[in-house]
Design a protein around this ligand. Sequence first.
Ligand SMILES: [Zn+2]
Length: 340
Amino acid sequence: MHDIIKKLEQELHAALQQATSSDALEAVRIAFLGRNGHIAKLMQQLKELSLEDKRTVGPEINRLKQEAETGCLQKSEELTHANIRAEQEKQRFFDVTASVRKELTGSLHIYTRTIEDLENIFISMGYDVVEGPEIETDFYNFEALNIPADHPAREEHDTFWISDGRLLRTHTSPVQIRALTQRGTPLAIFAPGRTFRHEATDASHDFMFMQGELLYVDKQVSISNLLATAQTFLKAFFQTDHLNVRARPGYFPFVEPGIEIDASCPFCTGGCSICKRTGWIELLGSGLVHPHVLRSCGIDPEIYSGFALGFGIERLAMVKYGINDIRLFHGNNIEFLEQF
Ligand SMILES: [Zn+2]
C-alpha cells in the first residue's frame, strides 16, 4: 500500500502540473477525489487491512487526500489569475482599425429646423403663423389673387389639377385670401407650407417645395415698411448685422408694384461662389397688395394697404447651409439629413 500511495502522490503532482485548463483540472480532481477515484478506492482497500496497518496507512491516505484537495484549489486559483492576465493583455493590444458601431442620434429635419427658425423670427416681429389647405379651389389659388382664367400668368403655374376641378396649390398666396376674408384688418400673418408645380425636376426645381408668405395689411403700409421688414428678417435668418437689401422691379399679378428683393451676400464682401461673384443674392418676391386683391376680400383699398412677401424656404436654407440640390430636402438620404 505504501508504494501505491507514493506512486499516486507522484501522479497527482504530475497531473496537476500538466493541467492548463479548468476542464483538465476538473478531470484530475475527479480521478483522485471523485466517488470512484483513486482515494475512494484506497479507502475501500483500507477496510481490508489489519488494525496495525490501518494505523500507518490511514494517515498516508488522508495526507494524499489533503494534497489532492489543496493542490486542486491552488491550481484553480492559478488558472483564474492566468485567465485574467490574458484578458488584460488582449485589451492592451486593441485593434485600432476595428470598425466601431456608430451611435445613431436623431435631429430635426432641415425643413422643420428652417421653418421653426422662420416662425420664431416672424412671431418676434408680431406676425401670427397660419396655415391653409394644400388642395385649393381655382378661386383662392388664382381668381382672388388677380389671376383670372385667361391670365397669361396661369401658364407659369404648371398646375396639378384634380378631376373635381380643384388643384394642388401652386403657391402659399391663397392663404392670404383665406386670412384676409376670415380675419379682416389689420392683419399680420406668416404662412409657411407645401406647394406644387407640375414640372421637371433639376437641382433648383422640384414638383413639391415649401413656400413662406408674409402678409401685412393695415392703414398706411408702404414700401419702406416692406423693405425694413425684409432686411430685419434676413438679418435674423442669416444671423448677421451686416446685410443690406435692394429692390428691383418684378411682376406678380397680386401685387402692384411688384418688387424683387435681393440681399447683400451674407458670406462675403467682394463676391463668392454663393452670390456668383455679384455680392447680391435674389431671395424674395414681394410688392404692395394689389387693390383688386383687397377688394376681392371685402377690404377698401382707399383705406387699407399692405405688402406681401414670398420666398422659397428651400432656397433660403440652401443659401444658409450651402446645399446645392433642392431634391435633397425630401430625398430621405440619411447622410444628408444627419448633417443638420
Ligand atoms: Zn458672396
